[in-house]
Design a protein around this ligand. Structure first.
Ligand code: GDP
Length: 426
């Protein structure tokens, strides 16, 4: 038996989709534990590209169990669009289970997200406007609707009340029209029926799989620096992508987890607002963006790009208790004559080695770089670590030395095959 958590070690978009898809082939069960359809994973299989927002990456294997854990907020419309889209493209879905404790995202959450972002003016958080934050607010306010309620009679009245409460907020606070509660009930009814066979106590299910000695893979969405508690607050997501979230978001205790692997790009990107000490500007940024195709999976937004920040990565290693690193997109740096690693920050006369809590401090940080030779060689066809150019191996080795975490896997292209394994995960 093995229980492995995969977390994004940066600001998301690290290539977790590809990595989880790769590792899912060796797992029996794949679990999403937080977020909603604000996440976006791209999985490339042969000539086909798939974009997943809610469904675990294990869905491409018909023999795997895919679990949407209690830590998620589920927009039923998006869920079924995604499932139907996969079926239409010939993906024979693995078994999908949805926690009876996951929360439902309603159209009013989406509208609230938009109204709130608009009202923030130039103080925008940069949310995806898909209602994820407001759905979590309802969860924390203890008025949310859980999938399990849809199995019980009378949920219609509850939904009507919830919509009426939201209407008051729309009208009084944001001056935007609300919803007809009856229409929301009519909207939800067919989804409630379709969801019924998928809804179950997934914590119980997981405990049985673990007792049977199955391999379980937890698939984190977003990234550590977007974690509500540990990320660059307030430019964070409304859930807990860090490894601790795998337990609360699935109902599996911490003692069951064997390994935590951090996925990290060979450089760094960020979507939306907030300080980014190693950010590149102008043509340097554009070069990485084009080569790495750094545009949001869910929103299409161009990502900000910069050098790999090891102050941040060491922080991610600590927060998650990382036991291994998976470095992705090494190939994107193939052409560079020199590559840089940020090993510390300079702020005024001071050198900072630890990632600060305050964004004001982070904004004033200048990166201290270690410059290494580039390898200027195509790595996309390489499948063994020993075959990587020496300068590329040196780069990976420095990342490992400075963070204190071994590199267990390297990705050199979007395809499943373009993977170099240094240590088997399962
Ligand atoms: P995720 O949310 O962490 O899964 O990341 P995204 O899916 O948003 O972004 C990763 C993008 O990079 C996708 O388009 C992947 O197909 C692609 N990708 C993943 N690994 C590699 C790699 O090693 N090299 C290259 N060039 N692209 C990769």
């Amino acid at each position: 038996m093995s229980c492995v958590v995969i977390v994004g070690a940066q600001w998301g978009d690290e290539g977790k989709g590809k990595v989880t898809d790769y590792l899912a082939s060796r797992a029996d069960v794949v679990v999403r534990y937080q977020g909603g359809n604000n996440a976006g994973h791209t999985v490339v299989i042969g000539s086909q590209e798939f974009r997943l927002h809610l469904i675990p990456s294990g869905i491409f294997y018909p023999d795997k169990v895919c679990i949407i854990g209690n830590g998620l907020v589920v927009d039923p419309e998006v869920l079924f669009q995604e499932l139907d889209g996969l079926l239409a493209r010939g993906v024979k879905n693995g078994r999908l289970c949805i926690s009876d404790r996951a929360h439902i995202l309603l159209p009013c959450h989406k509208r609230l997200d938009e109204a709130q972002e608009d009202a923030r003016g130039n103080q925008k958080i940069g949310t995806t406007r898909r209602g994820i934050g407001p759905a979590y607010v309802d969860k924390v306010s203890r008025v949310g609707l859980r999938t399990g309620e849809l199995l019980e009679p009378g949920w219609e009245d509850y939904v009507s009340q919830l919509v009426e409460q939201k209407n008051a907020v729309f009208e009084k606070l944001y001056g935007v029209p609300g919803f007809d509660p009856a229409e929301i009930v009519v909207w939800l009814k067919p989804y409630a029926e379709r969801m019924r066979p998928f809804i179950t106590d997934t914590s119980l299910l997981l405990s049985r799989y673990l007792a049977e000695g199955r391999h379980v893979l937890f698939e984190g969405a977003q990234g550590t620096l977007l974690d509500l508690d540990h990320g660059t607050y307030p430019f964070v997501t409304a859930s807990s992508p860090a490894a601790g979230g795998a337990c609360t978001g699935s109902g599996v205790g911490p003692t069951a987890i064997d390994r935590v692997l951090g996925v990290c790009k060979a450089y760094l990107t960020r979507v939306g607002e907030g300080p980014f000490p190693t950010e590149l500007m102008g043509v340097d940024c554009e070069d990485l963006r084009q080569r790495g195709m750094e545009f949001g999976t869910t929103t299409g937004r161009p990502r900000r790009c910069g050098w790999l920040d090891l102050v941040m990565l060491r922080y991610a290693a600590r927060i998650n208790g990382l036991s291994g690193l998976i470095i992705t997109k090494l190939d994107v740096l193939d052409h560079m004559p020199k590559v840089r690693l940020c090993t510390a920050y300079r702020r005024g006369g001071e050198v900072l080695k630890e990632f600060p809590a305050s964004l004001r401090v982070l904004r004033e940080c200048e990166p201290v770089y270690e410059e290494l030779d580039g390898w200027q060689q195509d790595t996309s066809g390489i499948r063994r670590y020993e075959d990587l150019p020496e300068a590329a191996r040196r780069y990976l080795q420095r990342i490992s030395e400075i963070t204190g975490v071994p590199v267990v896997m390297v990705s050199v292209g979007p395809d499943r095959e373009q993977t170099i394994v240094l240590q088997e995960v399962f």
